[in-house]
Design a protein around this ligand. Structure first.
Ligand SMILES: C[S@@+](CC[C@H](N)C(=O)[O-])C[C@H]1O[C@@H](n2cnc3c(N)ncnc32)[C@H](O)[C@@H]1O
Length: 256
């Protein structure tokens, strides 16, 4: 995998893994186009495996990347080839004596509390600097999609910390093919394989197989349930996603 985000799909592209790669590249370009002209130094908050950072480095920006996941450190180092700084930390514990022109949050803002994030970024982003965010939001306080911020609450938190909205672009329709792709992968491969594996384990003879079956079957049931009724099911249901969630690019300006 060369990227962790959902991508920006073009209308006529067939929904398959090859076109996911194209959509992910298109997403990075689309997001980068929103960067204002007076930006040079960027903090990539939750950089993942570094494909956005690599694109931005090649465009001439100075990148500092942070992520609390150790595997991202190695992946990023490989992709940016020493051309971007990396710190193994979440935003909550990150400190820096200087200031950035822009903080990028590409599918990372939902991993931390909005107030904590904006409090940190208020000090890390220079006056009249920016936050560029790409994120899934809940439309209202529903039970579904609980791991995402409610959009109005997140914007209210941004404003309370001195960030005003400069631009808002709704890309829900362009991101949704990714949900359809997940649905097709889950229903074509994951659930049938898990069920088949479960049947194989239950049908096997011998003490080892019976012990394996005892431990494995609940996990398999749990996994199938996760994809049918749980979070995995929500993330692979385009109609449910459209009803309760949205995918928004935001450019915010620090007026504090
Ligand atoms: C879905 S990935 C997105 C990666 C990348 N930005 C992209 O667009 O492909 C979420 C990223 O947020 C990072 N993350 C998780 N918790 C975080 C935190 N508390 N502070 C900053 N980043 C965090 C994860 O380690 C991961 O790198």
């Amino acid at each position: 995998m060369t990227s962790l985000h959902w991508g920006y799909w073009k209308n006529r592209d067939a929904i398959n893994l090859e076109n996911l790669k194209k959509a992910q590249t298109h997403y990075t370009k689309k997001l980068a186009k929103m960067i204002p002209d007076d930006v040079r130094q960027i903090l990539d908050v939750g950089c993942g495996i570094g494909d956005n950072a690599s694109y931005l480095v090649n465009k001439g920006y100075d990148l500092t990347c942070i992520s609390p996941e150790i595997k991202h450190q190695a992946a990023l180092r490989k992709i940016v080839n020493g051309q971007a700084a990396f710190q193994l930390t979440g935003i909550e514990d990150y400190s820096y004596t200087g200031e950035f022109d822009l903080a990028l949050m590409s599918e990372s803002s939902n991993y931390f509390d909005a107030d904590i994030g904006f409090t940190k970024l208020q000090n890390l982003v220079r006056k009249e600097g920016y936050i560029l965010s790409a994120s899934i939001f809940r439309r209202a306080p529903t039970k579904q999609y609980l791991s995402f911020h409610i959009e109005n609450d997140w914007v209210a938190s941004a404003k309370a910390h001195g960030f005003e909205v400069v631009e808002r672009i709704d890309i829900t329709e362009q991101a949704l093919p990714n949900v359809a792709l997940m649905k097709s992968i889950v229903s074509t491969y994951i659930i049938p394989s898990a069920e088949l594996f479960g049947k194989y384990v239950s049908g096997s003879k011998g003490i080892k197989a019976r012990t394996g079956s005892f431990f494995l079957n609940p996990s398999i049931k749990h996994m199938v349930d996760f994809f049918n009724n749980g979070y995995g099911g929500q993330m692979s249901n385009p109609d449910l996603f459209r009803k309760h969630a949205s995918y928004i690019f935001y450019l915010l300006k620090n007026n504090s």
